[in-house]
Design a protein around this ligand. Structure first.
Ligand SMILES: *Cc1c(COP(=O)(O)O)cnc(C)c1O
Length: 392
């Protein structure tokens, strides 16, 4: 283990270094293996060291890495085409992180408000939502305590309650330009919006002439068994953001919108790395693999299997069941033993297990979308042992 004192402290990290990865497995500097059901926080949708992604990176690195954002490049165009062909959106802007894509969505909605709604700028967001760690996206987020953390916030993000239409209607006024939400709240604890609520929000936003923005940074790119989670609800939003899975592990995100909303003019939007071919080439490989025949059906089947196995554990240990969509799932523990289980899972010998606890009474599972049944079985039997030893 190297001296880590030069690395800025932002969070407690265990005294190990991760050195390699393959599929659902990570290996640390001691040679210990970990079964990875976090996958970089739902990022590595094709697992570690996906051969298609490696080939795309290698081939593009030899052609050109950065011709500058002043020019079109082939992977940028190809990825934009792939995304518009497989969604209800017409235009795509690429960025580097989920927060940055969401910043773009906020700017685009405010721009549209300036042009079409007399300068309306308020975007209704939701309690317990998560939209990123820049100042504006922290302000949009509904994480408890975030309103005062780096005050003053960016104003204009009133908060409603998820799955409660009246709480949204109450906040709409002539300054409202959009409603923004995650189809399944990820960091908030894997809380799905109901189909009824999503449909009502779409009807409401159309009736009021305001925009519907879906933050699919966590739910997009096959995670829920659909290419995009809003497709579970048969709705067409005006704006969507993607991050995490779209790059399969490399920094890539996207802002998508319909023709009716696309209104940036030169100077409004940019970014040094936007649409850079090295990352978009990887994105082409990722999306191509996700839309290959049978892949998403496989995610649905694997998600159902994981759900069944989690429910069995819940029955066996009298827990509170589970929830989620596709391969974004949470086990409801019924008591605050999540952080302890996460720690024990990772540190157990000889093989560790990587899981996450977004709140103390939950465990979250976000494996590679191509995780095998054997790997799920192995994860479940490791968790079974941990639950058997957990405090009652
Ligand atoms: C992770 C996440 C973000 C932020 O993405 P970064 O790449 O960390 O900036 C935004 N929205 C949702 C729903 C997320 O899960």
């Amino acid at each position: 283990m190297h001296d880590t004192s030069s690395v800025m402290f932002i969070t407690k990290r265990p005294e190990i270094e991760m050195v390699s990865g393959q599929g659902s497995w990570l290996v640390d500097n001691n040679g210990k293996r970990y079964l990875d059901f976090m996958q970089g926080w739902a990022v590595n949708c094709l697992g570690h060291s996906n051969p298609g992604m490696i080939a795309a990176l290698d081939a593009q690195a030899r052609k050109v890495m950065n011709p500058s954002p002043a020019f079109f490049n082939q992977p940028m165009i190809e990825l934009a085409n792939l995304l518009t062909q497989h969604s209800c959106f017409d235009k795509v802007f690429f960025a580097n992180s989920g927060a940055e894509a969401n910043e773009g969505a906020i700017k685009l909605a405010r721009k549209w408000g300036k042009l079409h709604k007399n300068g309306a700028y308020q975007i209704i967001t939701f309690d317990h939502s998560f939209h990123g760690r820049t100042i504006a996206t922290m302000s949009a987020s509904g994480k408890p305590g975030w309103d005062t953390m780096f005050a003053p916030q960016v104003s204009g993000f009133p908060k409603a309650d998820l799955n409660d239409l009246a709480s949204v209607e109450k906040l709409i006024n002539d300054q409202t330009v959009a409603i923004m939400l995650e189809p399944v709240q990820g960091e908030g604890g894997v809380i799905p919006a109901t189909k009824e609520f999503m449909k009502q929000l779409r009807e409401l936003t159309i009736a009021k002439g305001i925009l519907l923005i879906v933050d699919e940074v966590q739910t997009g790119c096959g995670r829920t068994g659909k290419l995009f989670a809003h497709q579970l609800f048969d709705i067409k939003p005006d704006i969507m953001t993607l991050g995490k899975g779209i790059g399969g592990g490399v920094p890539l995100s996207a802002l998508l919108c319909t023709d009716a909303v696309a209104s940036f003019v030169p100077g409004d939007q940019g970014g040094t790395y936007n649409g850079n071919p090295l990352m978009t080439a990887v994105g082409v490989s990722v999306i191509s693999q996700l839309i290959a025949p049978g892949f998403l059906q496989g995610v649905v089947a694997t998600g159902d299997y994981l759900k069944e196995q989690l429910l069995k554990l819940s029955d066996k240990y009298h827990l509170d069941g589970e929830r989620g969509e596709g391969l974004l799932r949470a086990l409801k523990l019924g008591r605050d033993i999540g952080p302890e289980l996460v720690e024990k899972a990772r540190t157990q010998e000889p093989v560790g297990l990587l899981i996450n606890s977004p709140s103390p009474n939950l465990l979250r599972f976000m494996p590679a979308l191509n995780v095998s049944r054997e790997e799920i079985n192995q994860m479940i039997s490791m968790l079974d042992l941990l639950l058997a030893q957990a405090p009652k």
